[in-house]
Design a protein around this ligand. Structure first.
Ligand SMILES: Cc1cc2nc3c(=O)[nH]c(=O)nc-3n(C[C@H](O)[C@H](O)[C@H](O)COP(=O)(O)OP(=O)(O)OC[C@H]3O[C@@H](n4cnc5c(N)ncnc54)[C@H](O)[C@@H]3O)c2cc1C
Length: 405
């Protein structure tokens, strides 16, 4: 529905953002018999972002990652097609872009994370030009595969940004998919592949680092550790990479640039009262265990926009959605919110066109395998590729978004 300027409505639970977090939470709340749930979401189409990496690496078609928002909004949930622009926690009101307002008993904030393409000089222009692409924008992912697929020699630079990111490791997936493609085509030896990561190791967990180091060595990738993309010169096709420990800058000429942008909280959130006082990143302050705002008890948050301690991912918020729904149900019944988020997160590294290294970890990057003690999925496997590429998208559309998984 669309609200007229000046119009005001009330909902028992109002959710800002109808992405992965918002829709899966709405589905779960309906299952828990919440009757009056509304989602504010401006876009008409819902995107399944993990498939962007497969689109960029040529193992999925773009259409597979999209559904109509109307089709994924759970039956009985009100979809307000608008954008939140401000939250007044004192009056329990969300102001919308249309000039209307919605009051709430409980508010859940999950508008995701924003891609800051202009944070690196020249990066936005490079993405708009003929030689730059990224798996972090739906529109740029098919372009990435066109560029990577048709390359037979030259230099490709892949970059992963510092700071908070949505499934940070996903920056590397198109690299492995492209390298395997080039190897099959017999041209890998003619392509110089450089990967710049901001961290001192390739991921940060010993068992995963071992596997990824083995794969990068196998493909002959030059990995630059503790290195950030400082600037791009899109016309001359060069990037400046800077070592954050050494301070040394290196200029590299590229034929293809596959970049992932720095990311931060949505701009409008940064100017509300919702981030923790004294912080600058703008993410919604929450108790990272029960997912409730510590200063505004009617406000909750999950997913990429929440200042939880875990590495941001769909896998993390799947756990969070269950915790948050159970805690809302408890509060509605006058009980304490006692369900706790265990800080689980995961990142399936697609390391070839038919294998995955599946990392599962907590907020300290200590292994947290789904089956306790069984670290086997952290090794390169075909089984986990089938799970990630074939089973998970089905589970996402049919179970997760309906609050059933
Ligand atoms: C390329 C890529 C690959 C990934 N791969 C994986 C993976 O393999 N495994 C994994 O677990 N995770 C992966 N992730 C991470 C996962 O997709 C995210 O963690 C997840 O989508 C976050 O869900 P969210 O609901 O918080 O944000 P989103 O899904 O981004 O949804 C946010 C929604 O809020 C809406 N919105 C924004 N602003 C407003 C506003 N002002 N008012 C109302 N609505 C608003 C947006 O339109 C959007 O629909 C990947 C992410 C990317 C980008």
């Amino acid at each position: 529905m669309n609200l007229a300027p000046g119009e005001q409505r009330h909902h028992e639970v109002l959710i800002i953002g109808g992405g992965n977090a918002g829709i899966s939470l709405a589905g779960r709340l309906r299952r828990y018999r919440f009757r009056d749930v509304a989602v504010v979401e401006p876009k008409s189409r819902h995107l399944y972002q993990p498939l962007f990496s497969h689109i960029a690496g040529g193992t999925a078609d773009a259409f597979e990652a999209v559904r109509l928002q109307s089709a994924v909004t759970p039956p009985g949930v009100t979809w307000i097609q608008d954008k939140a622009v401000d939250v007044s926690a004192d009056t329990h009101t969300v102001l919308l872009h249309s000039g209307s307002a919605v009051t709430y008993d409980h508010l859940v904030i999950c508008p995701g994370i924003q891609n800051d393409w202009t944070a690196v000089p020249g990066l936005k222009e490079a993405m708009e030009g003929p030689h730059g692409a990224s798996n972090y924008e739906y529109e740029l992912a098919p372009k990435a595969w066109d560029l990577l697929r048709t390359l037979t020699s030259g230099t490709v630079v892949f970059t992963q940004p510092p700071g908070p990111a949505s499934c940070a490791g996903a920056a590397q997936k198109p690299l492995y998919l492209a390298c395997d493609h080039w190897r099959r085509e017999g041209v890998l030896k003619d392509i110089r592949v450089i990967l710049a990561v901001p961290t001192p190791t390739i991921f940060g967990m010993e068992i995963i680092d071992e596997e990824l180091n083995r794969k990068t060595a196998e493909y002959g990738v030059e990995v630059r550790f503790s290195t950030e993309l400082a600037s791009v010169e899109p016309v001359g096709r060069t990037v400046e990479l800077v070592g954050t420990v050494t301070g040394v800058a290196e200029t590299v000429a590229y034929d293809v640039l596959h970049a992932v942008p720095p990311q931060s909280a949505p701009q409008w959130l940064k100017s509300t009262d919702l981030p923790a006082p004294g912080t600058t990143d703008g993410f919604v302050e929450v108790d990272p265990v029960i997912l409730r705002h510590p200063r505004f008890p009617r406000i909750w948050s999950l997913g990429d926009a929440a200042s939880t301690l875990n590495s941001k991912s769909g896998a993390a918020l799947r756990e969070q959605a269950t915790v948050l729904a159970k805690n809302l149900r408890a509060v509605r019944k006058g009980r304490k919110p006692g369900t706790e988020y265990n800080q689980y997160s995961a990142c399936p590294f697609v390391v070839s066109r038919n294998t995955v290294v599946f990392s599962e970890f907590d907020d300290k990057y200590d292994p947290m395998p789904t089956v306790p003690g069984w670290n086997d999925l952290a090794r390169e496997r075909r089984l986990t590729f089938i799970a990630e590429r074939v089973m998970l998208p089905w589970v996402y559309w049919n179970l997760i978004l309906r609050g059933r998984a």
